[in-house]
Design a protein around this ligand. Structure first.
Ligand code: CU
Length: 174
């Protein structure tokens, strides 16, 4: 009988130790989920900060087109614009940029002038534009940021030779 009692006691001890381990393990798991929750929260905060800006994405490809010809953004709000070249052709054959012109600048006149500025990636040395991306080859991207305070329509264009008639759009500031 004594031997049996001892066995019972040691059995209970084992049960208690196993329970303790399980409780400790689940506590540490809870800690991890708290950490995950915190990280998610801070990501949400980052997104909120991003929403103070207008984020615009334009894709261009080997078929010499922008995927968007109309963009919209609020006046006075910072605009973060990314141009992606999703094609494969190199910059010297199928280069794309995005040049955002000042209001009332003639896009055709500007683009013809741009041909004379090959050494400057086809960006005229004048003040007719608000911002421009780099000239991109396939697989490249460039992001620019700027703010426009005056509502209206602003043309954008790719100034690579032969592209401006196909690659134009308008940014509407409201
Ligand atoms: Cu182009």
């Amino acid at each position: 009988m004594d031997q049996l009692e001892i066995n019972k006691v040691s059995f209970m001890k084992i049960i208690y130790s196993v329970l303790t381990i399980i409780i400790l393990f689940s506590c540490s798991k809870k800690d991890n989920s708290k950490k995950l929750f915190f990280d998610t929260k801070s990501n949400i905060n980052l997104k909120k900060e991003d929403s103070k800006n207008t984020v615009l994405n334009v894709n261009s490809d080997d078929s010499m087109l922008y995927d968007k010809n109309v963009l919209r953004a609020k006046a006075g709000k910072k605009i973060i614009l990314t141009l992606n070249h999703t094609g494969k052709l190199p910059k010297n054959i199928m280069g794309h940029n995005l040049v955002l012109l000042k209001m009332n600048v003639d896009v055709n006149v500007f683009s013809k002038l741009a041909l004379e500025f090959k050494n400057n990636d086809y960006i005229p040395l004048n003040e007719d534009f608000i911002a421009h991306t780099k000239m991109l080859g396939g697989g490249e991207s460039d992001t620019i940021s700027f703010t426009i305070n005056e509502p209206g329509e602003y043309k954008y264009v790719c100034t690579f030779p032969g592209h401006y008639q196909m690659m134009q759009g308008v940014l509407i500031i409201y």
